[in-house]
Design a protein around this ligand. Sequence first.
Ligand code: SF4
Length: 478
Amino acid sequence: MAYNTKRVTEQQLAAQRDYAHEASVLLRERFGTPTAYVETYGCQQNESDSELLRGMLSDMGCTLVKDGSQANIIVLNTCAIREHAETRVFGNIGAFGYEKKNRPGTVIAVCGCMAQHESAAEKMKKSYPYVDMVFGPHALWRFPELLHRRLIGKKRVFAVEASDGFVAEGISRLRDSDIKSWVSVMYGCNNFCSYCVVPYVRGRERSRLPEDILAEIASLAAAGCKDITLLGQNVNSYGRDLDCGTDFAKLLRQVDKIDGDFLVHFMTSHPKDAGEELFAAMAECKKAAPHLHLPFQSGSSRILKDMNRGYTREQYIEKVRLARKYIPGLTLTSDVIVGFPGETEEDFEETLTLIEEVGFHALFTFIFSPRSGTPAYSMEDNTPREVKQRRFDRLLDMQNSISARLHGEMVGKTYRVLVDGENQTGGQDYNLSSRTASGRLVHLKGDKSLIGKYVNARITGSTTWSLMGEVTEETEVK
Ligand code: SF4
């Protein structure tokens, strides 16, 4: 089914470039050499959006700094998935507001999913008068215009109107890394899982054109990028709004043909949509990482129905079996929610048995967080917080022992790893950080000149969360 995806026109983008130019003049007048700081909360899509914000700020003559307290323009790119994330953002807005008293010309902007969420936008309007600009993901491409509006006028700027969303190409981007890059393939979500705000704040599913995606990846590969993650809330829906007969598996095959020594990851997949076509493409494509992030959320079919996930426990397990048939040695990671409204002890036990049966390398685990505006917000929830916490701790214990076991099984083997930076956590003995093709973290000993290169690493030790290794001439064991 093709539907009408709104695309930002070249004319609209040219108008934004004009606003950027005018804003740069105003910023120079106000600050001399303007500085800007972007703080990111939440998921990879937000990380990617922050690169666009930095790109636009740089176009407006701003120097990006790493400390918000030094910046003339402060942008908080927020997340609305959990209450905890919102609380943190409001705390930080308060701290920046306090600093603004000493530097009155400072501009504070709040954007991202939380800004688009009605209750949070209202709160900022009423209780945070020092926030100059509030805009949601739909208005991100209009950032130069919104900033310009704030710089010439007195009124605070709010751009949080409901929208199905747009696709905007050609916005400047300042990438965080030359080695690893995000490439969005689509935006928004049509799934309406009962606990999730994303469809409300990020709009309907809309795909970028394959030629735009392929051109972006080709230029990244030509510039030496070694690791590309294709992003979308549900990548398996890619292409459904396009008339060209493409889908995500076809896109993956096209990406695989691009010249260059790089690997392709993607996230997130939805168990109801990921299927044989995708697994066959992953098996065929040499550049596709042998890793699947497939959120299951609960092991109980009854709870999955209340979550509106569109699959049962049995169907999930069957998908995993099929994926492993096509890709032996596949690394699986997943998301799980503990304490969804109405979750009984039996439901929770089913979650534990699913985890045991599948054997995930890692899990992103969350206690249910009610979000206003979603169906789950008003579901009856009688489980006390302590009980949820106990279940969460049990789950974590189980997953930690599985992760430790799976990592332990890698010791003594050799893997091709991408050295992606200096090691921040592994101590002096392991000065480099690297990742296997399936995304496992390996602390390495080696010369800094290896950063940005693929090397073979023999795994010499393991913990629950990571591996230790040494560079070797031995070849990889598949
Ligand atoms: S698939 Fe479900 S959990 Fe994921 S973004 Fe869409 S609604 Fe949210």
